[in-house]
Structure formats: C-alpha cells, structure tokens
Design a protein around this ligand. Structure first.
Ligand code: PLP
Length: 354
C-alpha cells in the first residue's frame, strides 16, 4: 500500500485487462481493476482508499436496502488525440450528487473525494479507456446508508464508492417511445430532480410494460393531467418544432437536470437554433406532427449520449421519424463526440484532465 495525502492506494498484482477486448462492449457489464471506497462515520469522512475491485459484505439489516438512502452519478472519461484521459464535466455531477444527497438527508461528499478521487482512479485504470468511437470509460460514483439496524431514520454511517466500466453505446439503435399516461415518475415536491436509486426502481414496472408492448422506453408525463412531457427513460428529451428546439424546463423539480441536456442546449445555440425551455404539452406535439412542423425528437444522457427516436406513440396516434434525416440530432451528436474525444477545440472547457 502507498499513502498520499489524500488516498491510501493498494494496486492489484495482475490486471484483468489482458483478458479483455475493449471493442463492442455492452453497457455496464465489465469493471476495471480498481475502485475507490470511503466511509462516513461520526459526522466525517475517513481517508479514501483505492483498492482492487472487490465484492462488499454487509449485515442483512443494512439500512439502504430497506429504506432507500442510495444515490449515484454517471460520468464518462475519454482519451483525447494525444492518448490522455479526460473526464467530461465532472464538476456538474458533483453538484448534482450533493443536491441528491441533500434531498435524501445524506452527507455532502467533498470535491477532494469526488473529483480528486475520480481523477486518481481513472489515472490508475487509464488503460481501460476504450479508443473506439462511441466508446468510453463510464464512471459510477455512488453512496448509500450503511447503518446495520432496522428502523426508519437517516443512517448515521455511509459508504461512498467509485467504480469504472469500459463501455460501448447504451441505446445503439433508434428508439420507439411510449407516452406514459398511467404511471408517474415524479411529482412536484418529490424527488424527480434527484438521482436516487428509488426513482429507477419506481420506473421499472412502467418501462417493462412498455417493453412488453414493443417499445424501448416511456416518455413520462406530469402527475396531475398526464399532459406535459417530462423526460424519457434515463434521458432528457428535445423536440425540434419548426426552427426551434424545445425541451421541458426544470422549474417544477420533476426532471433530472442532465449534464448532456445543458451541453446540448449550448451546442444548439452555437448552431444558431433558438432553444425554448418551457412546459411542453403532448397536444402541442401532436398538432405539430399533424402540421408537419415536428421535425425531430431525440433523447440526451451520459449513458445514451444523443439517442435518435424513430417512433413516439400517444394513445392511438403514432408519430414516425426518418432517423436518417434527423439533421440537428446528428449534428449535435457528431459535434459532441468530437469535443469529448478531443478531435476539436474544447471551447467550453468541458474536459477535465486527470
Ligand atoms: C432520469 C434521467 N434523466 C436524465 C438523464 C440525463 O442526465 P445526464 O445528461 O447528466 O446523464 C439521466 C442520466 O443520467 C437520467 O437517469
């Protein structure tokens, strides 16, 4: 073990990497040689450790398993043209992580652990970053309550971990989307803006029902009227109507504020496209489709990047899109990949060197 000011580091003796191909990887199935782990006790974080990737062992009464104090983030690292590892906008994820922590009555994770730990870990496992277009190293920071007792209350102890997964595209093919009118993901005053595990658990049944009907994901609508669109699976959503891009605004606290969403808004504006962040009703979408001004629909997210949508189904009304002709979505996808992979100037300073 070596100890720096910030971390205790124990490296593996022999890497699993030689037995792996970093091509055509499924999402989130393989993990690198090391992980970062740190415990919170008595109101403070202990010294973070980077150690060989390993299984965890807990008492069955672990509080997170019963009462759901569990939050996570999704970040990606790429190699630039010089082969250097770069992380895409991790400070935005730190901000969102601590918002989630606050909403779930969990402790804040400091930058020295979240960002510096992430950089150190990515540096150690940089050989795992795939060098193929649309591939990357997915970074999963997460935290959960670790009290070992039954009883509904905020945990006194927590564990924060970062694991890394070399990965390929998440939704590789254009998607068919079902507009959800029965189940609800988020309501004002709830936890829709947070990245807590329960949000994903609560979405699984509706998503599985949509899949049984032949769709890839649901487009969530508001809890009161099922009239205003929110977000789509693990993506924010953009509609190109006429010469404008419209995406639901964040004011109601029901939508996860995507880092990709914010990046896409900047790239749309850079291309001279007017962006409206506002309430968007499904009726407006349907009438734009009928008048042929609904030109493109796409989802945005760290895992999904830019995901083309080929079909949107609302009640009996089906909206189809020729994904070969989604010009704006394609432009944004290409421009975003070029920035992330260091093939063009990082003019917004989105990349952080490890
Ligand atoms: C529910 C939800 N919405 C939106 C997003 C997109 O957010 P980001 O672009 O930060 O990945 C994600 C993925 O993280 C998500 O899980």
């Amino acid at each position: 073990m070596t100890a720096s000011a910030n971390f205790n580091i124990t490296l593996i003796e022999s890497s699993k990497l030689h037995a792996m191909s970093l091509e055509d990887l499924p999402f989130g199935r393989y993990f690198t040689d090391h992980m970062l782990e740190v415990d919170y006790e008595k109101g403070k974080w202990k010294k973070a450790e980077i150690k060989p990737y390993h299984a965890l062992s807990f008492d069955p009464s672990l509080s997170a398993l019963h009462y759901g104090q569990a939050i996570f983030e999704g970040v990606k690292a790429y190699k630039n043209q010089e082969g250097e590892p770069m992380i895409f906008r991790p400070y935005e994820n730190l901000k969102r992580f601590n918002l989630s922590a606050d909403r779930m009555e969990m402790p804040q994770v400091p930058e020295e652990i979240f960002i510096e730990g992430m950089k150190e870990l990515v540096k150690i496992d940089e050989g795992w970053i795939p060098n193929k277009p649309d591939h990357s190293l997915y970074i999963r920071p997460f935290m959960f309550g670790t009290d070992e007792m039954i009883g509904v209350k905020p945990s006194d102890t927590y564990k924060f971990i970062i694991i890394l997964s070399p990965t390929g595209p998440y939704y590789a093919a254009p998607m068919r989307i079902y507009v959800e009118e029965k189940y609800v993901r988020a309501v004002e005053g709830g936890v829709g803006f947070a990245k807590n595990a329960g949000n994903y658990g609560a979405a699984m049944h509706a998503t599985a029902e949509a899949k049984r009907k032949g769709y890839d994901q649901v487009l969530w609508t508001d809890a009161y009227e099922h009239k205003y669109v929110q977000e789509c699976g693990t993506m924010n959503i953009f509609f190109i109507i006429g010469n404008k891009a419209i995406t639901p605004d964040l004011t109601s606290g029901t939508i996860l504020e995507g880092v990709t969403r914010d990046s896409v808004i900047q790239l749309l504006k850079e291309k001279g496209i007017q962006v409206e962040e506002r309430k968007l009703g499904i009726d407006e979408i349907v009438s734009a489709c009928k008048s042929k001004s609904l030109l493109e629909v796409f989802g945005t997210g760290t895992a999904a990047t830019i995901s083309m949508i080929k079909e949107l189904k609302y009640k009996d009304f089906v909206m189809n899109f020729d994904t070969e002709k989604l010009e704006i979505a394609k432009h944004i996808k290409t421009r975003m990949s070029a920035i992330k992979e260091g093939r063009t100037d990082d003019k917004y300073n989105w990349l952080v060197k490890v």
